[in-house]
Design a protein around this ligand. Structure first.
Ligand code: GLC
Length: 751
């Protein structure tokens, strides 16, 4: 007895086979529109040759942006042969349409291409770099920013962003710490979900939503010595308690694609690592999207010493569950031969091709391959005023006030300021690394222009003083003279945008060049004037000297296209700074790795006697960082009082509610990020001295109080103990604070 559904499938199959005999072009449109995507995909795959199926697993770069080693490839030829499934680094409605026409109108089956691009913190309207966005702790704003990025990118033919980068980063030497959400698992996981929701929206078939891509799977941020692409080796407890959770969070949020990491993980390069891609990603997490390699990563299995040659590398990658080859040409050159010689099972090719085709159906590309190539929409969407305004607000919210002694800030418009430093008038570095199709030639608002909006020209005395790099001090005197003639000094300094990002690790995390010398010279020249240091940088810096020289320090990261305006809004108090560090700023590189949730060790320093012998400390530096995770000042003050616990003992099925009253006791309205921390005092493996388990950003008018509550369940206390995920009875410390720098005062017991 053949049931109805089977009859439908048979009918579809006959229809499909019949139609392809008459017109092989665009056969895909013959499959009934009502059929579920998987039926359509299966029908299409029955018509595809092995070579055409392999073609879907191949991605080439169009070279409009260079994001890896230059590899020559005859893209148009390969596209017309049906040997390409996706392109990266091509954008604009016209640029993508031209290539899409080759795939749709000049190949046997007319399967549309996917267009991918690194839309990391904006597409044309560039938002603050991701480490800066993390400093806002504002999930709504992060989602909104990525929604805007998707609007602009999709208007220029992009279907797929290689973002969010969710690598936990704890080493400031590593240039790519700039692209992530910093050192913490909970914050990183929540932010990862916000990015996925922003990019993918709630319906991928809409023309303004794009595929997201969780990268780089996994452990990339733990590269030894902070050197990019370097070896990664860690216990399974660290892998599962620190580096995997943000990726699992993206799967929970419905991310459609994953990207492999360049690094090895415990001896096996990620791009050939069955444990992470088949056992964890597919079997444990039930991820059913597709996996793309990073740029030429299959070929790199050879220099890794894991593959004999590129053909062997191709076999290893497909066997590990990698679906698409970015820029290696490995799949195009070797997969058919590997299948024909019996080295690779054709079902693996079918699985990869099916996942990729399913994604193209979800995007609606088979209904209309040109739906993202709309030049009219492109004109209407890109650089919309509300997008630039949103970027301005993000820039303000991402700024972290690290120090503000003697009311150096906020500025007021009755004072003349000396504006000094290599980044004061900058419009190129301000949009940071990975700035997609952002403009570096003048579109961005500089800090100088932002301050001009408040002071006009007459109250600004500008002197560059020095370059970002180099030893030239010839402009110091002009800067000193400017400082002498002004009421306050604002110095805008930091890194060049390409001192962070990919292949941009540093062995020295101080301000480059002679910038610190310039601050010293100004300090000496005007010992009683307020010096406000405004920083643009892509990593935590060693600011131990600057901390003694400047009265106020504002960390703005690289604040983006509207950055100068957003920073000026903070400097003049229009926006009361609310940013909190998502990553620790060390006193010195010698402390690295240093992060807030470290282990206690068997010989912790006694709080009341830091110099006690035979303790885990240094002889030349305190253990504490210069600025801790979660730190960020405001122009007002927030007092935390009246911590309440719904119980002091809970069972495994209970929920503990912890609450605190926060009062704005200062002179400005402002936002505060209340942070919930716990400490599992005893475990079957040692536990961090504290762990962030919740946060809430609240707005308080001056004098206003609010009660903030958090619910904690045993699920929140779970950890991996090198054997299994577990929650263990015992005593937990708990606190709600505005920073990670505190001592616990409350406990509860889990029975
Ligand atoms: C680069 C980066 C990756 C990026 C890809 C495509 O090498 O590692 O993050 O998405 O290539 O540009």
């Amino acid at each position: 007895m053949i049931n109805t559904l089977t009859k439908a499938y048979i009918f579809l199959l006959i229809m499909t086979v019949f139609s392809c005999r008459t017109d092989s072009k665009n056969v895909v449109s013959k499959v009934s529109n009502e059929a579920p995507f998987d039926v359509k995909v299966d029908s299409l795959m029955r018509l595809m040759t092995l070579q055409e199926k392999i073609g879907q697993t191949v991605m080439y770069s169009g070279g409009w942006t260079v994001t890896g080693p230059t590899v020559s490839s005859n893209n148009k030829k390969y596209i017309k042969e049906g040997n390409v499934g996706a392109m990266l680094n091509v954008y604009s409605a016209k640029g993508t349409r031209d290539l899409q026409k080759l795939a749709v109108e000049e190949t046997r089956l007319g399967i549309p291409l996917l267009f991918g691009y690194d839309v990391i913190h904006g597409f044309r309207t560039i938002f603050p770099i991701n480490l800066g966005l993390a400093a806002s702790w504002d999930l709504e704003d992060i989602e909104k920013g990525s929604r805007i990025a998707a609007e602009e990118a999709s208007a220029e033919g992009i279907h797929w962003t290689f973002a969010p980068m969710v690598d936990i980063g704890r080493d400031p030497r590593w240039g790519r710490i700039s692209e992530g959400a910093g050192e913490d698992v909970y914050l990183g996981s929540e932010i990862a979900k916000a990015y996925v929701k922003g990019f993918q929206g709630d319906d991928l078939s809409k023309h303004n939503t794009i595929l997201a891509c969780a990268k780089h799977f996994v452990g990339y941020g733990a590269a030894q010595a902070g050197r990019d692409y370097h070896t990664v080796n860690m216990g399974e407890d660290e892998l599962r308690n620190v580096y995997l959770p943000p990726f699992e969070a993206t799967v929970e949020a419905g991310v459609e694609t994953f990207m492999t990491a360049f690094n090895e993980v415990n001896g096996v390069p990620a791009t050939a690592n069955k444990f992470i891609f088949r056992d964890i990603l597919r079997d444990e997490w039930n991820f059913n999207g597709f996996v793309v390699t990073d740029y030429t990563a299959i070929n790199e299995l050879v220099p890794h010493g894991f593959a004999e040659d590129e053909k062997h590398a191709t076999k290893l990658a497909i066997n590990a569950g990698i679906d698409m080859d970015m820029m290696s040409s490995a799949n195009r050159l070797y997969l058919e031969e590997l299948v024909n010689e019996g080295s690779v099972d054709e079902t693996l090719i079918n699985d990869a091709c099916r996942r990729i085709l399913l994604t193209k159906y979800k995007l609606g590309l088979f209904d209309d391959p040109y739906r993202y190539c709309d030049e009219q929409r492109e004109k209407e969407v890109v650089y919309k005023p509300e997008f630039l305004e949103a970027a301005r607000k993000s820039a303000a919210m991402c700024s972290v006030l690290l120090k503000n002694e003697g009311k150096g800030l906020p500025l007021n418009n009755s004072q003349t300021i000396a504006l000094i430093g290599p980044l004061a008038k900058d419009k190129e570095n301000i949009i940071g690394n990975w700035a997609a199709a952002g403009d570096r030639k003048g579109k961005a608002i500089s800090v100088h222009e932002g301050i001009q909006e408040y002071l006009g020209d007459s109250k600004i005395i500008y002197a560059k003083g020095c370059e970002i790099e180099g030893d030239d001090k010839s402009e110091f005197n002009r800067a000193i003279n400017a400082a002498k003639r002004a009421d306050k000094v604002v110095m805008v300094m930091g890194e060049d945008y390409d001192m962070s990002g990919e292949a941009a690790s540093r062995t020295n995390i101080k301000l480059p060049g002679r910038q610190t010398d310039l601050i010293k010279a100004i300090r000496k020249a005007v010992p009683n004037k307020k010096i406000i240091l405004v920083l643009m940088n892509g990593r935590p810096l060693d600011l131990s000297e600057e901390d003694h020289l400047a009265d106020a320090i504002l960390e703005t990261w690289f604040p983006g296209t509207s950055g100068g305006s957003g920073v000026a809004d903070v400097l003049f108090g229009t926006y009361n700074p609310s940013g909190k560090l998502p990553v620790t700023f060390p006193r010195t590189l010698g402390q690295v790795p240093i992060y807030y949730n470290m282990k206690n060790t068997g010989r912790p320093i006694p709080p009341n006697n830091p110099k006690e012998d035979y303790k885990s400390n240094y002889i030349d530096s305190p253990n504490t960082p210069l600025y801790p995770f979660g730190h960020g000042l405001s122009y007002t003050n927030f007092e935390y009082s009246d911590v309440q616990l719904s119980a002091t003992t809970i069972g495994s099925s209970d929920t503990l509610t912890a609450s605190v009253t926060i009062t704005n006791t200062g002179d400005y309205d402002g936002s505060e990020v209340a942070q919930l921390y716990v400490h599992d005092k005893v475990g079957s493996i040692t536990r961090p001295v504290k762990e962030l388990k919740g946060f809430e950003k609240i707005v308080l008018k001056k004098g206003e109080s609010k009660t903030v509550s958090f619910d904690l369940t045993v699920e929140d206390l779970k950890f991996y103990n090198n054997d299994t995920f577990t929650v263990e009875p015992g005593t937990f410390e708990i606190a709600i604070k505005g920073t990670s720098d505190f001592n616990f005062e409350h406990i509860f017991t889990l029975e």
